[in-house]
Design a protein around this ligand. Structure first.
Ligand code: NAP
Length: 307
């Protein structure tokens, strides 16, 4: 039922990267977000990478300089957020979504700044960078994409591949149902919010649901996370999960996966996971983290890219 294309990968190898030019870098959070998250578009014209990056794959970016051991920085992977025919339909352009990693070590109080995310976030239009790729074979839409329904789960910058996939679907005349369930800490961090809200108004078959974790609490005192949306919107989402031709994609923070499976299991949707017999017989509301870790794996209709 689901046929996935066999996409070429590493057309440009990380050991022999090519130069490409940044053409645009713009903030994609709402105003006044405390985070710095940018939609960055790169021109790959004149390289073997033209037309090669499909939604769901990743771009390899190599920061200049050396690491603490004096070795050249390793390639870092960033999800493509442009559609499969390129940003704005231009096969020379590929986009990604990058958050500046800025953190403080709790014990030493040292400031930690992610090497590549800060490098790329500081580059401006006209600057060149070294890139390679594409990578990723599995986290993509099937060949027969218009014959399926989709539920996309994203936290933070994990939304990147779904921007491209949504454009791929709606620009091809998609008539099925697609849900994007997105989790962010604050409302200011709702990525691509204006575009997604407009898309929701334009397409009744697009179901856009948001979990904001740090503004307000649930009745039981916990934060609202993306996995809660399965139950919060069960009347609207269950008919989509129930279709045999629905695929599920999960991208972002690893922690969301367990809650997604247990909430789906509590509604009887076991076909999105391979659950060991001992856990399938236990009520999903009683699953522990160990139960999940040792017994539950994604099924063939579930695609996962988490860190
Ligand atoms: P973030 O801002 O740290 O988190 C986004 C939201 O997820 C917040 O509301 C956060 O809540 C919530 N969250 C935390 N723990 C959770 C859990 N166990 N279950 C559900 N939600 C949870 O996100 P980010 O900094 O953008 O990070 C996104 C992650 O995605 C990064 O690790 C990045 O590397 C990864 N990513 C992966 C890919 C890929 O695999 N291709 C692509 C893009 C991004 P609280 O903080 O309030 O608890």
């Amino acid at each position: 039922m689901f046929n996935f294309p066999d996409l070429p990968i590493n057309v440009v190898k990380p050991k022999e990267p090519v130069e490409a030019k940044i053409v645009e870098s713009k903030i994609c959070t709402l105003e006044s977000s405390p985070n710095f998250i940018r939609h960055i578009t790169i021109d790959v014209s004149g390289t073997p990478l033209v037309g090669q990056f499909k939604a769901g794959q990743s771009i390899g970016i190599i920061a200049p300089g050396v690491d603490k051991d004096g070795k050249p920085h390793k390639v870092r992977l960033y999800s493509v957020s442009s559609p499969s025919n390129g940003e704005n339909g231009n096969p020379n352009l590929v986009s990604t979504t990058v958050k500046r990693v800025l953190d403080e070590d709790w014990e030493t109080q040292e400031l930690f700044t992610g090497v590549c995310s800060n490098y790329i976030s500081s580059r401006k239009a006209g600057d060149t960078i070294l890139i390679a790729g594409p990578s990723g074979k599995r986290f993509i839409l099937p060949d027969n994409k218009l014959d399926c329904n989709y539920v996309f789960f994203a936290t933070g910058t994990g939304i990147a591949p779904f921007r491209g996939m949504l454009i791929d679907l709606f620009e091809s005349g998609f008539k099925g149902h697609v849900a994007l369930l997105f989790g962010a800490a604050y409302r200011t961090d709702l990525l691509y919010y204006k575009w997604l809200s407009d898309l929701e108004k334009q397409y009744p078959n697009f179901h856009y649901k948001i979990a904001v974790s740090r503004e307000g609490r649930r009745a039981d005192g916990t934060k609202t996370y993306v996995q809660h949306l399965i139950l919060d919107y069960k009347e609207e989402l269950s008919p989509i999960f129930a279709q045999e031709n629905t695929l599920m994609y999960i991208c972002g923070l690893e922690g969301m996966e367990a809650g997604i499976y247990s909430n789906l299991a509590s509604l009887g949707f076991y076909s999105y996971m391979k659950a060991g017999r001992n856990i399938a017989e236990k009520p999903a509301t009683e699953w522990t983290w160990e139960d999940y870790k040792n017994n539950v794996k994604p099924s063939d209709r579930t695609m996962v890219e988490v860190y």
